[in-house]
Design a protein around this ligand. Sequence first.
Ligand code: LMR
Length: 398
Amino acid sequence: MFEQLKILPADPILGLNQTFQQDANADKINLSVGVYQNAKGATPIFTAVKKAEQALLNSQSTKAYAPQAGDPAFIEHISNLLLGNDLVASLGDRLAAVMTPGGCGALRMNAELLVQASANTTVWVSNPTWANHFPLLQSAGLTLKTYDYYSADTHGVDFAAMVESLNAIPKGDVVLLHGCCHNPTGADLTQPQWDTVIDILAERELVPFIDVAYQGFGDSLVDDAYGLRQAALRCPEVLVASSCSKNFGVYRERTGAALVITATASQTAAAKSQILSAARRCYSMSPSHGGSIVGHLLSSESLTSEWKAELEQVRSRMNRLRLGLATGLNDAQSKIDFGFVAESKGMFCYLGIPQSDVLTLRSEFGIYLLESTRINVAGLSEQNLPVIVDRVADVITR
Ligand code: LMR
């Protein structure tokens, strides 16, 4: 039965991380997969998360199945965190949320919903987008096309080209947007640009599908949700894929949520039942541990404040390091102006160096970034920054 199977190439992100782990170079530096690292190179558990988990372990008395849609506290609080309490209240039963195994699970469940809603759905994704959007959404049966987004010349959003692309998308199609901290480029829309994008989506009856994997890593929990909230206010139908991997640091717990807003409460009830049915045929229900931790944390005012303070520290540290990289590179060479690095948002940005230099950094110095030149800003540290600056400057000026 399996004789004809070929070994597939490794995933461009997880596979590179694996190669890094196996590299014997004692000085290697990992800027590949999007995982936050502190000054010691560790990925610590947020103190508030640890406390919530401990409280959960102390109080949990059964491992019987939890509700299929997920921990009710998680569902309530994650919806409020994403959309804000007022919007959640005003949407009422037009909004439904289901807990999912991470942001990938949320993307996939919404993809399953779209396939059930219409056999020929096209989803438009930014060029470029997160590498896993393609396999994840296409394998559900969706057609993917790209809209213009990023300019390699300006190292920022090419907004005129984006607007032109969006204006050419046929009515009824779905547009996948990164809620904040665009992965892989770190180039985000400004609030006025979001307003224009939502105008186009609303006018052209396009359905926003918003991937929110880094809320709190850009400007703030509220600012990072601006586009999402505007879409939910102004478009009758919105899909959201949310991940808690990064902002709660619960990567391996696989915690996320698929949110659906439709024009009426009965359509939303139908959509939710479709997501639950898709979950049942794929994996039955989401693992509960991560969602229960996040639900418990967000139910407690003191743990929520503690978590917000920790999240702010993470964000400030990333911003310091991002600035350090931009300044350091500009001081060390004059071939490329890396000022744009300081402007990027969230965990990632493109370095915009030749691909051959990416490979040299890896083979000569054990510095791992994706071939697209994406670096994980959260993999920089006070210790490795001077080394990275020195090596990058060396390689690009050869
Ligand atoms: C990344 O882009 O590195 C992260 O979102 C991790 C992943 O699953 O790809």
